[in-house]
Design a protein around this ligand. Structure first.
Ligand code: SF4
Length: 558
């Protein structure tokens, strides 16, 4: 079946022809083909590898693979979703490779991984990988592969030590972690010796030609889509946002030099275009791009946009989207409360949100999707009530426009100013209250599972002690109950679930990812955190072990 999938691909690059000896490589996506081939990151890394004449690359997905080499030298994973770790473990086992890097020998491939999940916080998965690539593939991949090729013939330990010298290449086994106690926080992370870089740095590509699809296929989750990365990172710096803080600085692809030639290449093979990026409409020449797409020869082209910044939803944008087959637009507002938006650094007035709804309707779109969040640090019941009021205002301002409110729970992410905050237990109740209120308003409400937020947080703030627990969970199934059960099994060997998920961590407590260089110094993150705290209501003092009293008690919301 999957052979048919591969044969239906239209490649937009020319694979290299081997000129001599080649290194056998398996490049895996730990999910199904349809999901993996829709990941722009996977597509681009795969094409980069395939364009090297010194590699023989085969792909592997959970539902099939190309013919695999008997003795691969490298096995790579592109990881973009936390829970896919379960599939990584399955793939390692199916290939007869030990799960633990420490048990691999010369007869096993080097197992490397990259992508946003591992770049943010590789530590819970660190014992499974020989090498983690931190940051942008454009700057990392070639030096990494060059060093792998140059060190063929060296013993494994020497090869890993050489690789650790390449900027952005993190070899977890070369760093020792000590803990304040078995069930307490980290004490410190130190390199094994003075030859190992004390602080591997995430690498940042600074060019103005960004990623574009290297393959188009009707088997992608978005059938036949050609994806173009318009911007990378986001300059808004909302204080919870990994997509901004982890990938700073904000970079844009030049319109005439990069985007237009790329779009022309893609539209030669498909009429479906996806404009990607954390905040595409903030491209300084986005209007020029719209003018280009509004030319008559592109009338049959279907254009999809990732979520856009609310105050850029003008008539020109909504009319362009309508003309190119879109029915809806998505904006992330986080909350109806102006105070909470100040806490998260979302520079947005309620009037901007109303204007976006009015423009969406006037431009011919039939629906507006809004994203919000429950459990933002400093949130009070009145803030959720403000969200209800905002949705009610939007209904009146744009009658007939279908409104959807998607709502997640705040999840702390490494390298952001909110990394020290735990998940507010009251968020679950908040989501339920919003659900009831949206039902009464006739607004479709799509909450993200609160339990899933707990698991996300565990992985987001986890350290190496979690790795054996993750293996155990795999055997129990991936529900929150399985995690709780596994925590019981490991009681006394690592901190409880509450420590990782709900506790607010002291800012002088060493963090599991402190030894990894991110885009911003800790002092900057702390300054942002202070600015957020300045907006907390009087008397709102999170306790060091989490908020014991629900701030929602006594609310009349709903
Ligand atoms: S505007 Fe969106 S992408 Fe940008 S920082 Fe805020 S949440 Fe992140």
């Amino acid at each position: 079946m999957i052979d048919a999938f591969f044969s239906e691909e239209r490649l937009l690059f020319t694979p290299a022809i081997a000129t001599g000896e080649t290194l056998p490589v398996i490049f895996a996506f730990p999910n199904e083909y349809t999901v993996g081939i829709t990941s722009l990151g996977y597509q681009v890394v795969w094409a980069t590898l395939v364009q090297r004449p010194d590699l023989a690359v085969t792909r592997l997905f959970t539902d099939g693979h190309e013919p695999l080499p008997a003795a691969p030298a490298l096995l790579g994973f592109s990881v973009s979703w936390e829970l896919d770790y379960i599939n990584i473990l399955k793939i390692l086992e199916s290939l007869g490779i030990p799960l633990w890097a420490s048990e691999r020998t010369a007869e096993h491939p080097l197992v490397f991984g990259g992508g946003p999940v591992l770049t943010a916080n590789p530590e819970p998965f660190a014992p499974f990988f020989d090498v983690v690539l931190l940051g942008d593939g454009e700057t990392l991949l070639d030096p990494f592969i060059d060093t792998v090729v140059q060190t063929q013939g060296c013993d494994r330990a020497t090869q890993l030590r050489q690789l650790a010298q390449v900027p952005g290449v993190y070899v977890p086994a070369l760093y020792e972690v000590t803990y304040q106690s078995a069930t307490g926080p980290i004490a410190q992370v130190t390199p094994q010796d003075s030859d190992i870089p004390p602080r591997p740095e995430k690498q940042t590509y600074r060019g103005n030609v960004l990623s574009t699809s290297t393959v188009v296929t009707k088997r992608a989750a978005w059938e036949n889509i050609y994806m173009v990365e318009v911007v990378r990172s986001c300059p808004e710096m909302c204080r919870f946002c990994l997509a901004s803080y982890l990938t700073l600085p904000f970079r844009t692809a030049t319109v005439p030099g990069a985007l237009i030639p790329a779009i022309e290449r893609g539209l030669a093979v498909t009429n479906r275009l996806g404009l990607l990026g954390a905040s595409v409409t903030q491209h300084p020449e986005f209007e020029t791009l719209l003018d280009y797409l509004n030319q008559p020869q592109f009338d049959g082209v279907r254009v999809s946009l990732a979520s856009v910044r609310t105050n850029t939803v003008n008539r020109k944008l909504t009319e362009t989207l309508t003309r190119h087959g879109s029915r809806s637009i998505t904006i992330a507002v986080e909350s109806g409360s102006e105070r909470l938006r100040r806490i998260v650094n979302k520079k947005l007035d309620t009037d901007d949100i109303v204007a976006a709804a009015v423009n969406a309707k006037a431009g011919g779109l039939s629906s507006l999707k809004l994203y919000g969040m429950a459990g933002i640090p400093g949130e009070m019941p009145a803030d959720l009530e403000a969200t209800v009021t905002m949705m009610s205002t939007l209904k009146k301002a744009a009658p007939g426009l279908r409104l959807t409110l998607g709502c997640s729970t705040f999840v702390p992410k490494a390298h952001t100013p909110f990394q020290w905050y735990g998940v507010n237990r009251a968020a679950d109740k908040g989501l339920k209250r919003l659900q009831k209120s949206m039902g009464a308003l006739g607004v479709e409400f799509r909450p993200e599972s609160y339990n899933w937020s707990i698991i996300q947080t565990l992985i987001s703030r986890g350290d190496r002690r979690l790795a054996p627990l993750l293996v155990q969970v795999r055997d129990y199934g991936d529900s929150l109950g399985s995690y709780r059960r596994a925590f019981k099994d490991f009681k006394g060997q690592l901190p409880p679930l509450e420590f990782y998920v709900h506790e607010d961590w002291a800012t002088d407590q060493p963090l599991p990812w402190d030894h990894i260089g991110g885009p911003l110094p800790k002092a900057t993150l702390l300054k942002h955190r202070e600015s957020a705290i300045a907006e907390f209501p009087e008397g709102f003092t999170p306790t060091p072990t989490g908020r014991k009293k629900s701030p929602y008690s006594g609310s009349h919301l709903g």
